[in-house]
Write a protein that binds this ligand. Sequence first.
Ligand code: ZN
Length: 309
Amino acid sequence: MRALVLGSAAGGGFPQWNCGCPNCDGVRRGDPRLLARTQDSVAIAPASTGEPGGWTLLNASPDIAAQIQANSALHPRARRDSPIRSIVLTNGDLDHTLGLFSLRESWPLVLYATDAVRQGLEERNAVFRTLRRFPTQVTWKRLELGRPTPLEGEGGAPTGLTVEARPLPGKPPVHLVGVTPPSPEDNVGLWIRDPARGKLVVYATAVSRVDGLQDSFDGADALLLDGTFWSSDELVALGLSRARAEDMAHAPIGGDGGTLAALARVRAKRKIYTHINNSNPILLAGSPEERAVLDAGWEIAHDKMEISV
Ligand SMILES: [Zn+2]
């Protein structure tokens, strides 16, 4: 499989428009130790067969148009065309769904989501009508928890990959808190397989706890994990917010209870932190936190990172 990291930042991006934290200030000043990043999204395809392959997007970030422009594999090859065959949504957060509305130019979209995510987007949202200009503009495909589903493009064209959604501890999107009852379908991780080649990529970019998850990450050829925050009190210590990492449903990387310690023995060939908040000190090359992550055998995603497994 090939995975292209289209965006490696958490919601808000890096720099974030209204943030003057040391990282955001530094990247605006052109500090060479810092690299700007767009908001979390990945494109995935089977290993190249020599043909222009079909791609599946994992989430549609608000930066999707710029991300497509920045990655020539996603450019059209005809007057009206897109090599993007389908889009899988891990939750209904605007960070992961707003990009759908930037793909509204009368092109059929095949969207994979749990019922809870689909309902939150489609049934409670008048704006979604902009994606109903013609009857087949959006084809929904249901993600059932724990059941591998073939990833298909328009008309059922196979991509060669399967996706299995598994519930991850998280939270419903901000705009649905108190509106709909919480559901295990609100927030999922994706286990994406290329059955022909026996490859597995796991994408889990919003998870509030990882205890009990190690076994399910074992055997991955690549694990893309929630790297939003280094510490629980990161935003509090910087004076940016009163929310702790766990309040925002993101397990921190560092510390005794962090994912670095909890997943030290996970057997994945490549372990990659992505969905990195702009406040996270691992973004600063040479920082002790960056060192700790790299020394533990993890990688830190950046935009346009290409992962071949
Ligand atoms: Zn910032």
